[in-house]
Design a protein around this ligand. Sequence first.
Ligand code: PEP
Ligand code: MN
Length: 293
Amino acid sequence: MNPKWNGQFSCFDLVAKTDQRSRSTIQVKNIEIGGNDFVVMAGPCAVESEAQLMQTAEAVAEAGARILRGGAYKPRSSPYAFQGLGIEGLKLLRKARAATGLAIITEVMSEEDVDLIAEYADIMQVGTRSMENYALLEALGKCGRPVLLKRGMTALLEELLRSAQVIAMAGNRQIILCERGIRTFETATRNTLDIAAVPVLKTVSHLPVIVDPSHAAGIRSLVPVLARAATVVGADGLLVEVHPCPEKAMSDGNQSLTFGEFQAMMDDLRPYLDLERGCRELRPQPLAVGGAD
Ligand code: PEP
Ligand code: MN
């Protein structure tokens, strides 16, 4: 491991990689995240209706996703936009879980909602706008569920790991990191996918790392190619938005894949995953990554 990077991040002792702890895996139902499987979480940006969620759950399960995503409490950029179905959305997620066997991931925005959402969700999602909400992170430290921590859209990797350390110090070591694109001067994409975040985080931290190509791209046509990039840099999985009819979606329709596009993306990823796995066995571990002095 590059001594500079290790020194930079080792103060976050509960989440930093050490000689004793190089990799942690997170068990969700029968799914292992951070192990040998590439775990795909997919579904609508927001839960909108029973029909929308059930159809999506069945389609993504059929295509190979293991976890259903769907926001019931939505942090929208505009106060005038659809804010989510709340508890009715959570009940629909529970129904979809029972019907398909998929595990559920959904966002929590406030520490006041943690206990309620933990009754319905298998994984608690912290969105980009909440990465430094320490009251929320501390409550998640005691929720008894794995947490998916998204990188703040203007956050350094150091700040992402600091937030992970806050959750871990509050009592929860089951944390998955997520790169979802950061804000840069580029406007051709919604955010800029920082693909280097994956090998950096995998080098300095023992936590699993996944990529959200949907919020990074903001454009449907770019999602599969960014997903492909995630596979070959060693990500542990993906978080992808899928909708039965993206043009009618109540949120993030532009970046949501149709069922057919999601299936095609999953098929396209297979050879890249096999290649990455084959090469991983040949490569010395851990991957050495370092910045220039
Ligand atoms: C989402 O996953 O729908 C979401 C709101 O993501 P982010 O927090 O990355 O914007
Ligand atoms: Mn979204």
